[in-house]
Design a protein around this ligand. Structure first.
Ligand SMILES: [Zn+2]
Length: 97
């Protein structure tokens, strides 16, 4: 029996969208970490204060986490770092052959 481990490797250059779901109505917004929106340029944070679906306020911790993610992403996307960073998505389920 041979056990195989599935793995997908993604370069940092291929990853630049993050989706954020609303805890109230499950509306998802897709944020681009690379091309900042007008809101992001103006307010320094990608996530708006309110969900575009239900208009309820996001938890402030969610906004802070997205801002921290943006800052970490920006620090990785410099020429001396980006080519050397990749992400690996692994499947914990083994495949028998
Ligand atoms: Zn909502």
């Amino acid at each position: 029996m041979l056990s195989m481990h599935k793995q997908i490797v993604l370069s940092l250059a291929d990853i630049h969208h993050v989706s954020v779901g609303c805890p109230h109505c499950a509306t998802k917004v897709l944020l681009d970490l690379r091309k900042k929106s007008e809101h992001a340029e103006k307010y320094g944070t990608l996530l708006t204060n309110q969900c575009p679906g239900c208009r309820k306020s996001y938890d402030s911790a969610l906004g802070q986490a997205v801002t921290a993610l943006q800052q970490a992403y920006d620090s990785l996307c410099v020429e001396s770092v980006q080519p050397w960073i990749s992400f690996q998505v692994s499947s914990e389920d083994g495949i028998s052959a």
